[in-house]
Design a protein around this ligand. Structure first.
Ligand SMILES: Cc1ncc(COP(=O)(O)OP(=O)(O)O)c(N)n1
Ligand SMILES: Cc1ncsc1CCOP(=O)(O)O
Ligand SMILES: [Mg+2]
Length: 563
């Protein structure tokens, strides 16, 4: 393998023929400037190419790896919490290249917007042409469009240089309440951009403005707004309910013209929310650029924002009421001094589906069909527990399931087998008390993978936390036929472990539609969901059972929150 280097303007770019895109990104973002031949002057771009042969550098694109590319057309935020700067960071965090067309420069901080200088529309047109005529842009994402002239220029540019998808974030008001785009732009959105958008992502105020001032106060209002906005032409609508009064969750409504999806995530108690709208839309654009379909892209984006907000809730930047959050959390392995891992979202434990090869054989279905049905029914995480499979078959099945899970934004864990998890790049593993110890699994898997540990006692739960696990599975709560000689701990045992555990808990063992609500209603905040095997996979229709369980769990969670 040989290196070639080239010098031009101000960033480090690395490529490796055939290297996966995440690898390329991590090289680009992590490489320290240690090479003495590399002058660190900011005027100098270092262009490094790792090549498998020693042929001279070539501009033949067929030989190079295409990386997913988002172009953001938006305003600059000097405080770097929102706008172009947020878009760049969100795309980088999602492993996607991001180019920029700047429509306005704002003087802005955590207190508010002190000034706006709009970029002349012919110069916006020039930037658009520079990028779209040369670079292979997959997805365009729009943010602040401060004049109708700029909207015209953009829609003209998109006609001339079509892209695979258009994400429209109809930015009108900043987090601080300052107006960034006046009412004249509304007509531009309605007549020019919404009809060609693949998705539009208004918050409540923006949705209301686009609909002529209609009041939006409930989830039902959000659904009817999504429908009315969809009638204006976009293929999909995401109405963001972050400002919904009296809502304990962050509820968004996604409408694809056929089905409504109520997307809930934990409302993070934080003042560091500046730039969440821009970042969410950029993340959707990034996932689309990677080839995802729309609903999974939206789910992944929502999860990313939730995780980033949670990670950043205590950071202090600026003195104003709305601080920025840290987009690049994934580059940091551990939070503060604890071993809590940042890529894991405890709410993924909500409906935890654990497969069983014997049950799939009994019902004559493939593991992939079983996993797909569970996800379609609302499973939020999948564990492959294939006790009878040969290693090679297990690995093949795991690779196929990984594709399904990832296209739906659902994490995939492997039971017991760290080697299989590593080989298929699963999101993590679940280990028991007599399996590979969690601290060894952590060393083998690194900080970014999810590790769950089975625990029946507070002492085991404490050890799991020390070992760097992300969650614990506690059970059997009820007697089960799925696991032989398994001690039943009952609801009391579950509660004792939950209370003692510093980690989120999922309950397992004999749980199904008849008793899931009794489990969730033990009323301990770190009990995040139930893990089920036979109640899903030893049934005629996995999809129906998953939907039923999901509805039961949702209801008992809502009930708990109102108490
Ligand atoms: C979520 C979850 N909790 C507990 C278990 C049981 O794991 P373990 O004790 O290792 O037993 P086996 O599943 O390996 O038989 C689990 N798999 N998942
Ligand atoms: C793997 C495991 N660990 C504790 S109980 C159990 C089996 C759960 O299966 P089911 O949901 O069919 O009771
Ligand atoms: Mg095990």
């Amino acid at each position: 393998m040989a290196y070639t280097q080239g010098l031009s303007s101000s960033c480090l770019f690395l490529s490796h023929k055939g290297a996966p895109q995440g690898f390329q990104q991590s090289l680009g973002l992590n490489l320290p400037f240690t090479n003495s031949r590399i002058n660190s002057s900011l005027q100098t771009r270092i262009f490094v190419e790792l090549r498998e042969d020693s042929a001279p550098m070539t501009s033949d694109h067929s030989k190079k790896m295409k990386i997913p590319h988002v172009l953001t057309v938006a305003g600059s935020d000097s405080g770097a919490g929102a706008g172009i700067q947020a878009d760049l960071k969100a795309c980088a965090a999602r492993g996607v290249y991001c180019s920029t067309v700047i429509t306005a420069v704002t003087a802005q901080n955590t207190v508010g917007v002190q000034g706006v200088s709009v970029v002349p529309e012919d110069f916006v047109a020039e930037q658009l042409k520079s990028v779209l005529s040369d670079m292979q842009v997959d997805v365009v994402k729009t943010g602040m469009l401060p004049s109708i002239g700029i909207v015209n220029v953009l829609s003209q540019g998109l006609r001339e240089f079509p892209v695979r998808a258009l994400v429209v974030d109809p930015v009108m008001v900043s987090t601080s309440g300052d107006v960034l785009a006046g009412p004249s732009i509304l007509a531009g959105f309605r007549e020019q951009l919404l009809p060609i958008a693949d998705i539009v992502t208004p918050n409540l105020k923006e949705a209301s403005a686009l609909l002529g001032g209609q009041q939006l106060e409930t989830v039902a209002d959000m659904c009817s707004a999504a429908k009315l906005l969809h009638d204006m032409g976009p293929r999909n609508v995401l109405v963001k309910g972050g400002d919904l009064p009296d809502s304990l969750d962050a509820v968004d409504i996604f409408f694809d013209g056929k089905d409504f999806h109520e997307l809930r995530s934990m409302r993070i108690k934080t003042c560091n929310t500046h730039g969440t709208g821009c970042s969410l839309a950029s993340c959707i654009a990034a996932e689309l650029a990677k080839g995802s379909s729309m609903l999974p892209a939206v789910k992944v984006a929502k999860h990313y924002i939730e995780t980033a907000l949670d990670y950043s809730k205590d950071i202090a930047i600026g003195n104003g009421p709305q601080g920025p959050f840290d987009h690049l959390l994934r580059l940091k392995s551990y939070v503060h001094n604890s071993c809590r891992q940042v890529g894991f979202n405890p709410s993924d434990l909500f409906l935890y589906a654990v497969t069983d090869s014997r049950m799939n054989k009994k019902w004559g279905r493939s593991i992939t069909d079983a996993v797909k049905a569970a996800i379609d029914g609302g499973a939020t995480i999948i564990q492959l527990r294939e006790k009878d499979s040969e290693t090679q078959d297990f690995l093949e099945a795991a690779k196929a399931c990984f594709k399904i899970c990832h296209s739906h934004g659902v994490p995939l864990l492997i039971n017991d087998r760290i080697d299989v998890a590593l080989a298929c790049d699963a999101d993590g593993v679940h280990v028991g008390q007599s399996d590979m110890p969690a601290r060894v699994a952590r060393t083998l898997l690194g900080p970014d993978k999810i590790i769950g540990v089975s625990c029946k006692t507070p002492e085991q739960a404490h050890q799991a936390w020390i070992d760097g696990a992300d969650y614990i599975g506690c059970g059997g709560v009820y007697p089960t036929n799925t696991k032989e000689n398994n001690l039943t701990v009952g609801l009391d045992g579950l509660k004792t472990v939950c209370v003692a555990s510093k980690l989120p808990v999922v309950a397992i063992g004999g749980i199904g539609a008849s008793n899931a609500s009794s489990v969730m209603e033990i009323g301990v905040p770190n009990l995040k969901g139930v893990a089920v095997v036979s109640a899903l996979f030893d049934r005629e229709c996995i999809l129906t059972e998953a939907r039923k369980l999901h509805a039961i769990l949702t209801e008992s969670m809502l009930l708990q929150r109102t108490h």
